[in-house]
Ligand binder design. Structure first.
Ligand code: 13P
Length: 286
């Protein structure tokens, strides 16, 4: 199965009321491990990249690496650009082969955000690509973007009007969710997800997936969160497994890079599999 349009992955998930794990990968090892988990689970998957990762690798090198690993796998995969307020980077990634982008213009007022999102949707369509929209900001800083302040949440009417008039393919509502580790169990506005999906028929993206409870995931996915974003869990799993292995290597004075990579891969794969299963994605590949 080649890399497929994000909308195809999300619309099927919304119809089947399961969610696709959208996991922020940071390099070749984490990309391959997430893909391997999706293959073992026979699940569609979305590989996300932050703007920071795009800048670190350079566009062509990053998309070459991801597509090179994704294209041969037997499950549907889409490549998505996570939170991006910068139109130049959006355009560059659309032209470079990303299947979708999150145009994160929540810092603009809603009218200007809407006007620019209409343009981004038109740009994306020229590449057969799709767009996630956002008007509120998700609490927490991730890869240098965002804020710890609680977002100003717009009314249901404003959000529905934005989704309808922009034609976005997916929408990221603020419902009490946050990027990074939750300091206390969050109280989520799950009714807002139901109301947005009922009014628009558009799949919702659940941000801040790391640290939500199994029950919260299950409930929000049943209400129409068809894309669930996971970033912090990958970073922590990757780095903690590395630390654990390297501490042991130091204690034993044994330095074998391939064993380190196997250890990291196993840990990231297990993390990805756990989320894919929990989100109901297993066996959903076509
Ligand atoms: P976490 O870092 O909390 O998993 O959130 C990921 C996310 O929403 C990426 O946009």
């Amino acid at each position: 199965m080649p890399v497929v349009p994000t909308k195809e992955i999300l619309d099927r998930a919304l119809d089947g009321r399961y969610a696709v794990a959208a996991i922020n990968v940071v390099n070749d090892l984490t990309t391959e491990a997430v893909l391997a988990a999706a293959v073992e689970e026979a699940a569609p998957v979305i590989l996300q990249t932050s703007v920071k990762t795009v800048r670190m690798y350079g566009r062509d090198q990053l998309i070459g690496l991801i597509r090179g690993l994704a294209e041969p796998v037997p499950v549907p995969v889409a490549v998505h650009l996570d939170h991006c307020p910068d139109r130049a980077v959006i355009f560059d990634c659309l032209a470079g082969g990303w299947n979708s982008v999150l145009f994160d213009a929540h810092r603009l007022d809603v009218a200007e955000n809407l006007r620019q999102t209409v343009e981004v949707v038109a740009e994306a369509r020229r590449y057969g690509a799709h767009v996630e929209g956002e008007i509120e900001g998700i609490q927490g800083v991730e890869d240098g973007l965002g804020s710890d302040a609680a977002p100003v949440v717009q009314s249901l009417e404003v959000a529905v009007d934005f989704i309808r008039r922009t034609g976005v393919d997916c929408f990221a509502p603020a419902i009490g969710n946050a990027h990074g580790r939750y300091k206390a169990a969050p109280t989520l506005d799950h009714q807002r997800v139901s109301d947005l999906v009922a009014a628009t028929g558009v799949p919702m993206a659940l941000h801040g997936g790391t640290g939500l409870s199994d029950e919260q995931f299950t409930d929000l996915i049943a209400r129409g969160c068809a894309k669930v974003n996971i970033s912090t869990a990958l970073k922590e799993t990757y780095m903690r497994s590395s630390l654990e292995f390297l501490r042991d290597a130091e204690a034993r004075d044994r330095w074998d890079p391939p064993s380190l990579f196997t250890h990291q891969r196993t840990a990231v794969m297990e993390m990805a599999r756990r989320h894919i299963r929990l989100f109901g994605g297993s066996g959903r590949a076509w």
